[in-house]
Design a protein around this ligand. Structure first.
Ligand code: C2E
Ligand code: MG
Ligand code: MG
Ligand code: MG
Length: 297
């Protein structure tokens, strides 16, 4: 573990090359173990989706649920998607895993949209590796047909990393998805290779401001300016905004005041299992926003 490793490193003195080699070896071993266990989990339906709401500030109701992959391995315990998604991407396992996620999310979406709730969007994270598969659009079409989920209720969250080498290929593919009625959302906006030119040329419905900017609100003055500037710019492009990682009243207050459309974060609701969804659909979060509007008067 880290403590012993540090202890060893100190005692190695000039030989700390050995320490880094050992750390690298541990890292590689962990990756191999995770890869093996991921393969096993794929064959034994060892995954689960949790859902976190995006709340519309206008209506106080849920706009969408983002599907977030959860994995509890019998030996490794809970493994964070921040750790296993990159490994699934490196090994290509993200392709079958992502397909499972999409099918499961659509299946749930049909159920929830039928139960008194109309126009509930399900937002699914799509890896750049998946989007580079030649049959991606086909696969999405098949799953929509198979599950009977309406394309207008499906939103795909993509990240800027897709645009780095493949912008020219990505644009027509995303347009194809948009023409089917599917919504496209830019996730983690501001952390990658953001270019205003890309924003203009991409067929986006939604843009999610990365949580690192939201967390700067009321901490560093400039962070707030960036958030309000992104919101007004994006609105001029007719794109809807979601602020992610909203944790405090002060952040919410600021977002309400600069006309943000939707908020997502622990303050409103943590991601939770499918069983929690029905209760959240019933809820009205309007009071939280009105309180914030009153505060400014
Ligand atoms: P993301 O798509 O940006 O998802 C939002 C992450 O922020 C989630 O982490 C969520 O639990 C967390 N979060 C939500 N509200 C708050 C908050 O108020 N504060 C903070 N600090 N965090 C908050 P999670 O579930 O650990 O997922 C991490 C990342 O893993 C996701 O980031 C996404 O990039 C990836 N991921 C998760 N599920 C999938 C999936 O099915 N497919 C793919 N390709 N990637 C996935
Ligand atoms: Mg996301
Ligand atoms: Mg995000
Ligand atoms: Mg992310």
């Amino acid at each position: 573990n880290a403590d012993t490793a540090m202890y060893c490193a100190k005692n190695l003195g000039k030989n700390n090359v050995q320490f880094f080699q050992e750390e690298m070896r541990q890292g590689i071993l962990r990756k191999i173990t995770i890869e093996k266990s991921l393969r096993k989990a794929l064959n034994t339906s060892g995954f689960e989706l949790h859902y976190q709401p995006q709340i519309s500030i206008d209506t106080g109701k849920v706009r969408a649920f983002e599907a977030l992959l959860r994995w509890r391995d019998p030996e490794l315990g809970n493994v964070s998607p921040l750790e296993f998604i990159p490994i699934a991407e490196d090994t290509g396992l993200i392709v079958p895993l992502g397909e499972w996620v999409l099918r499961e999310a659509c299946r749930q979406g049909v159920e929830w949209n039928g139960s008194g709730c109309e126009d509930l969007i399900i937002s699914v994270n799509i890896s750049t590796v998946q989007l580079k598969q030649a049959n991606f659009v086909h696969m999405v079409k098949d799953i929509l047909q198979e599950t009977g989920f309406l394309p207008a209720h499906l939103e795909l969250e993509i990240t800027e990393s897709l645009l780095i080498n493949s912008f020219e290929q990505a644009v027509p593919m995303l347009k194809g998805l948009r023409d089917m009625g599917i919504k496209i959302s830019m996730d983690d906006f501001g952390t990658g290779y953001s270019s205003l030119n890309y924003l203009r040329r991409l067929p986006l419905n939604t843009l999610k401001i990365d949580k690192s900017f939201i967390q700067d609100i009321n901490v560093r003055g400039m962070g707030e300016n960036i958030v309000s500037s992104i919101i007004s710019l994006v609105h001029r492009l007719q794109i809807e905004v979601v602020a992610e990682g909203v944790e405090t009243e002060a952040q919410l207050d600021y977002l309400v005041r600069c006309n943000c459309d939707n908020v997502q974060g622990y303050l409103l609701s943590r991601p939770g299992p499918a069983e929690n969804v029905a209760g959240i659909i019933q809820k009205n979060y309007g009071d939280m926003f009105e309180m914030n509007l009153k505060n400014q008067q």
